[in-house]
Write a protein that binds this ligand. Structure first.
Ligand code: SF4
Length: 228
């Protein structure tokens, strides 16, 4: 499984199962996208990957790229073939389209933990009052509409954690955003509602609020401010 995305001028390819991170040019990026489509259509099996790198598939992808990059330096057949070969080299070296070895174990791990949940990250505020240029979350709204979580939804999520925590003594809740304190009433209400009954049962709870404190001078300090 891979994840492709563009950030500024960078074309980035993450090979999820090996952890390999590749920064590539536009042609390579497009070739990888074509291969990915074929592999996904074949349910991401080893056979599907091998078939995507077959001679027949190579010829098909090369022809597509020749058409797309026609009239440019990158549109030359030899250039595209060379590029395809390099991508194939990454695949054969286990750095791209790596097979997911975790998937077969997932059911077993779930069975071993009996489905017990010990931590929850609540996306309590899908918005932010700051405008950091480097923001990973498009100023808190993740390219969507701004919104905040209602108290009822937060409460149901915390009830779910409690109901599924089995005999675990240490539980954890993160209030995340955007800027979680833009939904302070709900953070406060949910935290209070949740912590008191648990403290009474002598269980340990940790509540974190992932906020961005701003100093009096207007400077932002650490993003990952954590309170328990
Ligand atoms: S404080 Fe965080 S969520 Fe808000 S704009 Fe800055 S980086 Fe983005």
């Amino acid at each position: 499984m891979i994840h492709q995305y563009q950030l500024g001028d960078y074309n980035i390819v993450l090979d999820v199962c090996s952890g390999g991170l590749h920064v590539v040019d536009g042609l390579t990026y497009d070739i990888i996208a074509e291969l990915d489509e074929k592999i996904r259509n074949g349910n991401e099996t080893k056979e599907a990957s091998d078939s995507a790198f077959s001679e027949e598939s190579e010829n098909e992808i090369v022809a597509k790229m020749e058409e797309k990059y026609q009239g440019t330096e990158m549109g030359k057949k030899e250039e595209i073939q060379e590029c395809f070969l390099q991508v194939k080299g990454l695949y054969e070296a286990g750095k791209l389209f790596t097979v997911d070895t975790y998937e077969p174990m997932a059911g077993e791990l779930k069975a071993r933990t009996s489905g017990v949940v010990k931590a929850l990250c609540l996306h309590i505020a899908h918005t932010c009052n700051l405008n950091c240029s480097y923001c990973f979350a498009s100023q808190g709204k993740y390219h969507g509409d701004r919104a905040v979580m209602s108290f009822e939804v937060g409460k149901r999520a915390l009830d779910f954690l409690v109901e599924n925590s089995g005999s675990r003594r240490n539980l954890e809740v993160d209030f995340f955003g955007g800027e979680p304190l833009m939904n302070f009433q709900v953070v406060n209400g949910n935290a209070a509602m949740w912590c008191f009954p648990w403290t009474a049962e002598k269980r340990s709870t940790t509540v974190s609020v992932w906020t961005m404190p701003v100093t009096e001078a207007g400077k932002r300090s650490c993003r990952n401010s954590r309170s328990s």
